[in-house]
Design a protein around this ligand. Structure first.
Ligand SMILES: *Cc1c(COP(=O)(O)O)cnc(C)c1O
Length: 374
């Protein structure tokens, strides 16, 4: 065992008190409606609209199916410009919908798609942009909106990291045509597995709800080629309970991020992200970026050394999506075309952050990282 006496993973799900959940379970057992827009499903949609500050939300059984359904709801075809610096599902969703991904480089400040580099990638086949709010930090939403307007493109935000994030008190989820959330166990807010699409009008909400339920408009009418991507009642009830504790959980994450920042500041060659004025962050990750030329140990060596001490950081995002076998032969994936992403993917290391990580462990991780870098 390590000096820590336990394994510390990059994240650990926040769980509400079990005894509170038992009441929900009893109710579900009695009522016997297990899925298909049940009572808890409806209650959770209402509660999340209110909590997030959005007009329309459709719940899903996971974020990936929500992404695929979002693309289908907007009838996206041809080519879509996206980022290689994300979880692989953002690009997989395009390909499952028969859309060709076109990778755009990222900016080096917050690792989001570089809005200045989007226009050069637009072709007559481009129909949409699929940016990701990486680590929950907002993309350049204004610039992206301008480009989309000029070229008549749709915008689907992969907001899977961005639960609860606001700019000037307005939900980040209100930007773009659609935004997609994930409620996977590893995310800031979870329903074991789960997800959602946020949209801005009633007709689109109906269309999305048809699509996630096989295309059924009523008992005998199938109006579209839908899929089954519904959230069940146990997930929804759990989600309602989670919502009671989410603000506290984000506050705890904020305090951990602050401790890391205090502990790691001033080390030349190590960078971390700071808060943006006017943004309500959710501290979904705590990435550090290690300049491989400045230290005797590389990022990969630090990652391995931490593992020996039972600290399991993660290299989000390494490799780049564009480097996976399925994508690496695409023209936009060619080595040298995504210089910022190609550098950052070798530097990043996400340190453990989750609400019940205690201060003592955070400080011990800080000291260990410091000693490994010296
Ligand atoms: C988690 C995640 C997804 C996939 O969500 P699931 O709920 O796991 O299907 C997609 N994109 C990003 C950026 C994610 O972090």
């Amino acid at each position: 065992m390590s000096a820590f006496g336990k394994n510390i993973y990059v994240t650990r799900p926040t769980m509400p008190p079990l005894n509170e959940f038992v009441g929900f379970l009893k109710d579900i057992w009695e009522r016997r409606q297990l899925t298909n827009k049940g009572k808890y499903h409806q209650e959770l949609e209402e509660a999340l609209k209110e909590h997030l500050g959005v007009k329309y939300i459709s719940l899903f059984c996971n974020g990936t199916l929500a992404l695929m359904t979002a693309l289908e709801a907007l009838r996206i075809t041809g080519e879509v410009i996206t980022t290689p610096y994300s979880f692989v599902a953002s690009t997989h969703a395009l390909c499952w919908n028969n859309i060709k991904p076109v990778f755009c480089d990222i900016e080096p400040d917050y690792m989001n798609i570089d809005a200045e580099k989007i226009e050069a990638l637009i072709t007559p086949r481009t129909t949409a942009i699929l940016p990701v709010h990486v680590y929950g930090n907002p993309c350049n939403v204004k610039k992206i909106a301008k480009i989309a307007k000029k070229y008549e493109l749709k915008i689907i935000y992969d907001a899977c990291h961005a639960f609860g994030v606001k700019i000037d008190n307005k939900s980040i989820l209100n930007y773009g045509d659609l935004s997609v959330l994930s409620f996977h166990a590893t995310k800031v807010y979870n329903t074991f597995e789960g997800g959602a699409i946020i949209c801005h009008d009633q007709r689109m909400k109906e269309q999305i709800d048809f699509l996630k339920n096989f295309g059924f408009a009523n008992e005998t009418t199938v109006i579209d080629i839908g899929i089954n991507a519904k959230m069940n009642e146990i997930q929804a009830a759990y989600g309602l309970l989670q919502l009671k504790y989410i603000d506290k959980a984000i506050e705890k994450r904020r305090r951990i991020a602050k401790l890391y920042r205090q502990g790691l500041k001033g080390i030349k060659g190590v960078r971390f992200l700071s808060d943006i004025k006017g943004v309500r962050h959710n501290y979904s990750n705590f990435p550090i970026f290690i300049n491989n030329d400045k230290f005797t140990r590389s990022r990969n060596e630090i990652y391995e050394a931490l593992k020996k001490h039972h600290i399991y950081g993660r290299r989000y995002f390494y490799p780049l999506i564009s480097q996976f076998p399925a994508y690496k032969s695409l023209p936009s994936a060619a080595i040298g075309r995504l210089p910022v992403a190609e550098r950052i993917t070798k530097e990043v290391l996400c340190l453990p952050i989750y609400p019940d990580l205690n201060n003592k462990d955070v400080l011990a991780i800080v000291n260990l990282v410091k000693s490994l870098l010296s």
